[in-house]
Design a protein around this ligand. Structure first.
Ligand SMILES: *Cc1c(COP(=O)(O)O)cnc(C)c1O
Length: 439
């Protein structure tokens, strides 16, 4: 890294403050109205393609994962109003939230209990489909339940899937790949929790551990995979497929809001708050919901103060050319799903014209918010997920955003969605330990 960073720290307050580990709420001055957004990296048709692929796989998924019986093989989570949490935030954090507060419970997504069950599983399915179509084992018009047959599992067993992960991506890729019959290797960074490694090994996944951070695990995984022509590398730093898997959430959310008779339009703004690691999950969801609601939806990313890579990349415009370490930030956070030091190579660019802003939060508060949600709603989510409340507890900055957009008199009709990104698979003992932290 040989770009001089001091001028950025001096001229952009959010960057200077973030480098000093202060909590910041950066507003994106490059956001433009939807009709002026020129996005070339991905196209809306690709979301439809991803959605249709997931529908083709539904009969297979229903067959191999009993927990998907109820939804006919569709992996989706509940959207639940959390008015008790709204009261908690307004009382304990003087949050002044108007309108309705809801939780999008990807923390409870079937199969792998995190938002990665969208992008991660989608990418493995896409790869399996590509291989099976090419080998003539499958046609798009077939009932994909045939993929559960031994001849298909044997076929996939000749191939390897590899991924570098801080934990949750490895869980989704690992569980799904192993189920299809692939040999799967997950390269885990030092931040990954032991229970995730144990669970994966119990499902027949090969787990390789590194003493180093996430980027190092990804690097090694990529190298291993490139050296083996039968191996496929799920590349969290660049993957379009992951992004598209996440983006399908947009239409799913629209259906859920309609079912609950919740309006989103000029008079009823929608605010969505998404915890961000490398950017794929929050970026994909943002792209998906923006295709549907355009300027009526306002998306914010949230990051830990110690791993605010997307904030630094976007606010400086340097994107993946900079890592938190270049700013003297250590990258250490208990929010393991967000413990990423360098943002995605393409997400920052895609969301640049559509993202409203990024808020950062200290680890200590994540635990307090975790206890608040548990006591007010009886819902447990993991520390990373709790970052979804980071922007909501910054009333001054949020109010100024709202006023600038002329939304002040509409906020009583607004819906806020905190995107809970993980938690349901955290073992009981780990939960108990979390609940005692940061006190
Ligand atoms: C991965 C993850 C995120 C963020 O996703 P990115 O694609 O890394 O930005 C958020 N929360 C949890 C729990 C995660 O596992």
């Amino acid at each position: 890294m040989n770009i001089e960073l001091k001028p950025y720290m001096d001229s952009i307050p959010a960057v200077g403050d973030a480098a000093r580990l202060k909590e910041v709420f950066w507003m994106n001055d490059k956001m433009v109205p939807q009709n002026e957004q020129r996005i070339t990296q991905v196209k809306p048709e690709q979301i439809r393609d991803a959605k249709e692929r997931l529908e083709r796989f539904a009969p297979y998924l229903e067959e191999v994962f009993p927990e998907l019986k109820e939804t006919g093989g569709i992996i989706e989570s509940e959207l639940r109003e959390i008015s008790g949490m709204k009261d908690f935030l307004n009382t304990s954090y003087s949050a002044e939230i108007e309108g309705r507060l809801m939780l999008k419970m990807d923390s409870h997504l079937p199969i792998s209990g995190s938002v990665k069950a969208r992008g991660g599983i989608y990418e493995v399915l896409k790869h399996a489909e590509d291989l099976a179509l090419e080998a003539g084992l499958l046609k798009e018009t077939d009932d994909y339940a045939v993929l559960a047959e031994p001849k298909c599992r044997d076929f996939f067993g000749r191939y390897t899937v590899q991924v570098g992960s801080t934990g949750n991506l490895g869980m989704s890729i690992g569980i799904m790949s192993a189920k299809l019959g692939f040999h799967v290797i997950v390269h885990m960074s030092a931040d990954a929790k032991p229970w995730k490694k144990d669970l994966l090994r119990s499902r027949g996944v090969e787990v390789i551990e590194y003493a180093d951070d996430y980027c190092a695990a990804v690097e090694q995984g990529r190298k291993n995979s490139d050296a083996d022509p039968m191996s496929y590398f799920v590349d969290d730093e660049n993957s379009q497929n992951l992004f598209l898997g996440y983006s399908v959430a947009g239409e799913r959310l629209k259906n859920q809001l309609e079912q609950q008779k919740i309006l989103v339009d000029e008079e009823h703004p929608l605010f969505i708050y998404l915890p961000c690691g490398i950017g794929g999950a929050p970026g994909g969801v943002t792209y998906g919901v923006k295709q549907i609601y355009g300027d009526h939806v306002h998306c914010f990313f949230t990051e830990p103060t110690h791993a605010c890579c997307m904030l630094l990349g976007m606010a400086t415009g340097l994107q993946d050319q900079v890592s938190v370490k270049d700013f003297g930030i250590d990258g250490r956070t208990d929010a393991d799903g967000l413990a990423v030091g360098r943002p995605s190579a393409f997400v920052g660019k895609v969301v640049e014209p559509m993202l409203s802003g990024i808020a950062t939060i200290e680890d200590k508060k994540l635990y307090d918010l975790m206890r608040g949600l548990l006591s007010s709603e009886d819902i447990f989510i993991e520390p990373s997920s709790c970052a979804s409340f980071a922007a909501l507890i910054r009333p001054e900055e949020l109010k100024s955003y709202i006023e600038t957009r002329g939304l002040a008199d509409k906020m009583k009709n607004a819906t806020h969605i905190a995107w809970a990104t993980g938690g349901s698979m955290v073992p009981e003992e780990t939960r108990k330990a979390y609940l005692k932290m940061g006190l």
